[in-house]
Design a binder for this molecule. Sequence first.
Ligand code: NDP
Length: 278
Amino acid sequence: MINNLQDTTTLHNGVKMPRFGLGVYLVEEGPELENAVKTAIKHGYRSIDTAAIYGNEEGVGRGISAGLKEAGITREELFVTSKLWNADLGYESALAAYETSLKKLNLDYLDLYLIHWPVKGKFKEAWRALESIYKDGRVKAIGVSNFQIHHIDELDSVIKPMVNQVEYHPMLTQKELHHYCKEQGIQLEAWAPLMQGQLLDHPVIKEIADRYNKSIAQVIIRWDLQNGVVTIPKSTKESRIVENAAVFNFELTQEDMNLIDSLNENRRVGPDPDNFDF
Ligand code: NDP
């Protein structure tokens, strides 16, 4: 049973990644952002997920620095992820973008660096750059985001991605992709685990949540964890930061897991990785 907020999964290169973390998409630079990151660390979060395109790496960096100090922990105890944006998918530009992210975050390494989107004709070259950053020992792990099975196959890489971060929630259970990633030793990570707030009045999940005396958000996050999927729900509110992490003192039965699985409608809130134009 996964019973600790700081439990980790071991990636295929041996690096330990927390199964649970904080997302900061759409949180602008400023006190709210810095505070959210700091507060999450204070409440035991050990993983923070940002991206160059979020335009908030500097504030995330300040939040991390304040959070480490307040929690009395070291940088090594925290797992920080950022992502390479589409405009920087060339080899040299990817190398430079990694340095820029580090500088903004005020860190000297990242735990995980991801290719954000599989832009046709570009992501293979970018992957070579990530492989080189990894081989140089400048990043602990590298991975991809929004990659379908065929994108991963097309990588034809020396180093297999350690993580694939994709949209994943009860309306989009990604069974085939998840199965493929498991076979390949690639850790699946859920973005928009709460479907960006759209599932928080779902009647079936509500009925389950009531039986466990938990919130809908908590049931969904627990479902991620029991499915072996890393999850990074976003909130800037302290009460929800605490609520979303309070998922380690109960276990969903197999029956309830299956019930949530059965809600799948292959419905996305975000873009389709096979059909996007940015
Ligand atoms: P989430 O599914 O995490 O939903 C976040 C929304 O739910 C916010 O509006 C938040 O509001 C609200 N919320 C959070 N907790 C609760 C709660 N307990 N009760 C009620 N409402 C709640 O969506 P995200 O898109 O933010 O996904 C999570 C993270 O995944 C992102 O922050 C980002 O780091 C990453 N991501 C990656 C993408 C990629 O392409 N790789 C794409 C999108 C996201 P409030 O803050 O007001 O509490």
